[in-house]
Design a protein around this ligand. Structure first.
Ligand code: AMP
Length: 443
């Protein structure tokens, strides 16, 4: 018996409807914000991630899936989505296209060799978005409101945006100096990783999962106290734009984010919905104004975010979100060998006309085929046996309206389409009751 690799999971057919509903919500909201989809490879040259995400980040130093291909090239399964998108943006000279701003989103698998637990896998999926070409605080605010709008469209309202600013190069340098000074007396009491980070990238210490409750870290200076005037104004404007768009946020002075490339705004979206446990961050993002030029492209400001699909689905599960309900329009029950060809012909005709149609392929009896029609959540059930064949008729049940008719078999498709086009009975917009509503007094 083969088993799946540790940290991976199967998305089974019974669960894909929710997944597809999430994808659809993302695509719909992306359209409103005018973002277009980009699809880049799931593996890239290893050095791309070292150069972009950073050698000292956990995901590059400890968590990548690296391998040599048959041409002896070092390849890495992508541990995040931004690096590949930026590589593609530069390689395809998207920056040279007419509009100075490029907005794009991606969805797909991401690989990190992490310790698996609920909501944390080694292969997981992210949806992410990137906006290139604007340094305006309006862009930061738009990106954050885009992320929040996706959650709202899925009726996930219990979310908080945690936001902070790291500032640009100058602010980051000033802060680094202050942090190093603050950490110096106690650095030997921190974990081994933090002691290495102290040399290479002290900011990363604030992100340490081992020492996160250590007093030294809790009392560390805040990045926003070291912002240059320009960076401070930028941050305040982002907050003001969020205010006018009524996006709720809290300024979280300890938020630094785990990747090296962030400058200025960083943010995370958290939820208190119970079944996520420690993994309550469902989205993370920020501005990265130097990454395009660091990867040899023209200096281009950029801002983006990424959501974890699996965590979104866990939240939706807690909210008992059903997604799109799986259904078929029609199930054709054929009884007897002599009707099989007609059944195949009718099934095909209905499918070609756009009806989701299913039939039995395994010679099941009447009762078993009814059962199958239930499993497929069919609205119409057509029954076609040897008698019907002789008479050129077919029996049709409408499960929604609880009616049954016998019609000419050639009319099957037209009849169903006509029934599907009939307007649904009017219902109360407040509670869903039919016609004038006594339940809630609505209309
Ligand atoms: P990051 O790229 O680390 O900022 O992560 C962005 C989002 O991806 C997080 O907020 C999570 O929702 C999700 N995520 C990160 N790592 C994992 C993982 N190992 N398993 C599942 N989801 C993850």
């Amino acid at each position: 018996m083969y088993q799946k690799v540790k940290g991976t999971y199967d998305l089974l057919p019974k669960d894909t409807a929710k997944w597809i509903a999430v994808e659809r919500a993302i695509r719909n909201v992306s359209k409103l914000f005018n973002y277009k989809e980009i699809r880049t490879p799931i593996f890239e040259k290893t050095e791309l991630f070292h150069r972009s995400v950073g050698d000292s980040s956990d995901i590059v130093s400890k968590e990548t899936y690296d391998f040599l291909d048959r041409g002896n090239r070092s390849i890495t399964l992508r541990p995040e989505g931004t690096a590949g998108v930026v590589r593609s943006y530069i390689e395809n000279k998207i920056y040279a296209e007419a509009s100075s701003i490029s907005k794009m989103y991606y969805m797909g698998p991401i690989f990190r060799y992490e310790r698996p637990q609920k909501g944390r896998y080694r292969q997981f999926s992210q949806f992410g978005a990137e906006m290139f070409g604007s340094n305006s605080p309006m862009a930061d605010a738009e990106v954050i409101s885009y992320a929040v709008s996706i959650l709202k469209s899925l009726k996930i309202n219990d979310v908080t945006v945690h936001i902070n600013s790291l500032g640009g190069k100058e602010s980051k340098m000033l802060y680094r100096e202050a942090l190093v000074k603050h950490l110096a007396p106690g650095i030997n009491n921190l974990c081994g990783d933090c002691q290495t980070r102290y040399q290479n990238n002290p900011l990363r210490i604030l992100d340490c999962k081992v020492d996160q409750e250590n007093e030294l870290l809790l009392n560390a200076p805040s990045t926003i106290d070291y912002l240059t005037n320009e960076d401070k104004t930028h941050f305040e404007s982002v907050l003001a734009f969020l205010d006018v768009m009524k996006v709720d946020y809290v300024v979280d002075k300890n938020l630094v984010r785990g990747l090296d490339y962030y400058t200025n705004t960083v943010f995370e979206i958290k939820t208190s919905i119970a079944n996520l446990g420690a993994q309550n961050t469902i989205c993370g993002g920020g501005r990265y104004n130097n990454l395009v030029s660091d990867l040899s492209g023209p200096a281009t400001p950029a801002v983006g975010f990424a959501f974890g699909f699996e965590r979104l689905l866990l939240v939706l599960e807690a909210l008992e979100y059903q997604g799109d309900i799986d259904y078929t329009h029609l199930f054709i029950i054929g009884l007897g060998d002599s009707v099989k060809e007609d059944v195949m012909q009718m099934t095909n005709r209905c499918r070609m006309g756009g009806l989701i149609t299913e039939t039995d392929l395994n010679n099941k009896n009447l009762k078993q085929q009814f059962k199958q029609s239930e499993i497929n959540n069919a609205r119409f059930i057509a029954i076609y046996g040897e008698n019907e064949k002789l008479e050129g008729k077919i029996n049709l049940k409408d499960k929604q309206n609880n009616t049954e008719v016998t019609i000419d078999k050639h009319q099957l498709y037209n009849y169903i389409v006509a029934e599907l086009m009939k307007p649904a009975p009017s219902s109360c917009s407040s509670c869903g009751e039919e016609d004038s509503c006594d339940t809630c007094g609505g209309e």
